[in-house]
Design a protein around this ligand. Structure first.
Ligand SMILES: [Cu+2]
Length: 192
């Protein structure tokens, strides 16, 4: 070790000695989360609108959204109860998950909301890219209708406008501009 580095080790043992140790120790293998499902997003004209990757945690579902070709600005996004994205309009995707069970829409709706399919708004930049992670707390506990791959499936819907999270029935989010059906994700590592 160079004498000046030795002195530095004495003066700042944590800062210097630790970096030396890190350089000599192979990095530990870190666990990589396995997605449970993905939804390829299509715009109303059939063009690629990105992808959503779903991960199941102990208390909820994490959705990584990588949008492409979205109009700039805020967009309401939701899980809709049917895994069908027929054009025009994507109405085949049905209503929000559990909206038909007398549960009003809105993450900020204190009068009985939200729908289980309600999610946070996502911002798209001027280049049409939208990157975000949104989280559905509680949805990992097997709530009815929240199985991403149940018999009638589940869709990820992108709306034209922001969701105000309180007004009915969809927070003023407007037209459905992109849609994707969740499908089981291919494993990247073999099961143990
Ligand atoms: Cu919606």
């Amino acid at each position: 070790m160079h004498p000046s580095r030795f002195l530095a080790c004495l003066a700042f043992p944590l800062a210097v000695a630790c970096t030396t140790a890190q350089a000599q120790t192979p990095p530990p293998s870190t666990p990589v989360p396995e997605p449970v499902a993905t939804a390829a997003l299509k715009a109303t004209d059939g063009s690629d609108a990105g992808i959503v990757t779903a991960y199941r945690g102990p208390l909820g579902i994490l959705l990584r959204v990588e949008g492409r070709g979205w109009p700039a600005g805020w967009h309401g996004v939701h899980l809709h109860s049917v895994g069908r994205c027929d054009t025009p309009g994507f109405t085949s995707a049905g209503a929000h998950v559990n909206h038909t069970e007398a549960r009003p829409h809105g993450l900020l709706n204190a009068a009985g909301g939200p729908d289980l399919g309600d999610l946070q708004n996502i911002w798209a930049g001027a280049d049409g890219a939208a990157n975000a992670e949104v989280y559905l707390a509680g949805s990992g506990l097997g709530m009815r209708g929240m199985d991403l791959l149940d018999s009638d499936g589940l869709s990820f819907l992108v709306h034209a406008n922001a969701d105000d999270h309180i007004s009915q029935p969809i927070g003023g989010a407007g037209a459905r501009i992109a849609c994707g059906v969740f499908e089981a994700a291919a494993r990247t590592t073999p099961p143990e």
